[in-house]
Design a protein around this ligand. Structure first.
Ligand code: DQA
Length: 145
């Protein structure tokens, strides 16, 4: 199958951005490891990062129909974006939500996600490994189809 990985705003700064919260791994390192993991499982993977809400909506509209599953960390758009939520629903793409930090342990405005009820599941608070766990779950799901 084909897997999309989408990273929202400020995740391009991983490695230097509040490393105590988000860890030391950079986004290219994370993407490279996911790419390898997907290949080993016999799937293809495309990744995308943007700081712009509309660009993420465009990407999901354009790539979502050809894909089988989405792994998404919407960053701060998690807590604000009806538009990205609607894009996922519009292309009927099954999705898994990932957060590096435990959003439930942080400020109250991070506790609500516009994605949690439309996603298959969430991986929260496990750092970069969360992406890998989400991908493992995505592969298990694709292999069962
Ligand atoms: C985040 C959590 C969000 O609240 C925050 O705005 C981010 C990153 C995470 O991965 O922990 O940018 O999605």
């Amino acid at each position: 199958g084909h897997i999309l990985v989408v990273h929202g705003p400020n995740l391009n700064l991983l490695g230097t951005r509040e490393p105590g919260i988000y860890g030391a791994a950079t986004l290219p390192e994370i993407n490279q490891q996911l790419q390898r993991q997907a290949e080993e499982a016999g799937h293809t993977l495309s990744h995308f990062q943007s700081n712009h809400e509309g660009a993420i909506v465009d990407y999901i509209q354009q790539q979502g129909r050809e894909a089988d599953i989405l792994i998404i960390n919407p960053g701060a758009f998690t807590h604000t974006s009806v538009a990205i939520r609607d894009a996922i629903l519009a292309v009927a793409l099954p999705a898994i939500e990932v957060h590096l930090s435990n959003i439930h342990q942080r400020e109250p405005f991070r506790h609500h996600s516009y994605f949690s009820d439309i996603c298959i599941g969430q991986v929260v608070g496990l750092g970069p490994q969360g992406y890998s766990l989400a991908l493992q779950a995505a592969c298990t799901r694709l292999n069962a189809e």
